[in-house]
Design a protein around this ligand. Structure first.
Ligand code: DGL
Length: 250
């Protein structure tokens, strides 16, 4: 166990889904979470604005002892991962849309990719799709108001009418290319009637490699606290504990 933090950054509550998965897998580590909820959603903003907000957020994070950082936001990975990696000496892992496993699963069929406007417009994701779409047809869809609605209705997600946000049609797989949508994973899978893919578990695996985390004996180790920072720290803390409680009940 290292005394330094594994820092998570997202535009708001979405990254808590990834924090939960990492914490479940590596409970012995120390985590720090910064959600920029006041400026969410990022996904409809321009590239320059996303970069400026992210740089400001990382300047805050970098004041803490950081062992590795996780960009828990597909939009920020798409726009800023390369720049952040060039600037900071700690390893940085970024979540990305799970197009590769979805395409392998749905070979010969149709894959729906749900992501923000900025993610879908990025060069990085355009390349990811190009490299993985030779045997599937890929449909891109940006539910532009969904991340904002998730932020607003975070304690009553059941009130969100997904029919307003999802496209019509039949798909063989859907990729959740935004961590906010992962909070509605089951509901989206049910609404579309197909298997759901997201980048959560690949990011958890990648983090272990770059931060040299050992998952051996993780079950027996005591959970360390999570340090929430930023002006929305209380809300993010409440959401995180609500996610854990919901998981225990199911
Ligand atoms: N959670 C973010 C993502 O994974 C974006 C949500 C937003 O701020 O638009 O893309």
């Amino acid at each position: 166990m290292d005394k330094k933090y594994i820092a998570f950054f997202d535009s708001g509550v979405g990254g808590l889904s990834l924090l939960k998965a990492c914490r479940d897998r590596y409970p012995q580590e120390r985590y720090l979470y910064f959600g920029d909820n006041g400026n969410a959603p990022y996904g409809n903003r321009g590239e320059g604005e996303i970069r400026a907000l992210t740089e400001r957020a990382f300047e805050k994070l970098a004041r803490y002892p950081i062992r590795a950082a996780v960009i828990a936001c597909n939009t920020v990975t798409a726009e800023c991962a390369d720049g952040l990696r060039a600037r900071y000496s700690f390893p940085i892992v970024g979540i990305e849309p799970a197009i590769k496993p979805a395409a392998a699963f749905a070979r010969g069929g149709k894959v729906l990719v749900l992501a923000t406007k900025a993610t879908l417009a990025s060069e990085r994701v355009r390349r990811l799709i190009e490299n993985n779409s030779s045997e599937v047809s890929v449909c891109l869809h940006c539910p532009s108001r969904l991340a904002g609605e998730i932020e607003e209705k975070i304690f009553c997600l059941g009130d969100i009418d997904l029919s307003v946000h999802l496209p019509a049609g039949k798909f063989d797989a859907v990729v959740l290319g935004c961590t906010h949508y992962v909070l509605l994973r089951d509901a989206i899978g049910k609404a579309l009637g197909c298997p759901v893919f997201d980048g959560v578990s690949a990011t958890v695996d990648h983090l272990a490699q770059v931060a040299n985390i050992c998952s051996k004996n993780a079950e027996k180790s005591r959970k360390k606290g999570i340090f929430f920072i930023g002006s929305s720290k209380n809300i993010n803390k409440r959401v995180f504990f609500a996610l854990n409680k919901a998981n225990k009940r199911s």
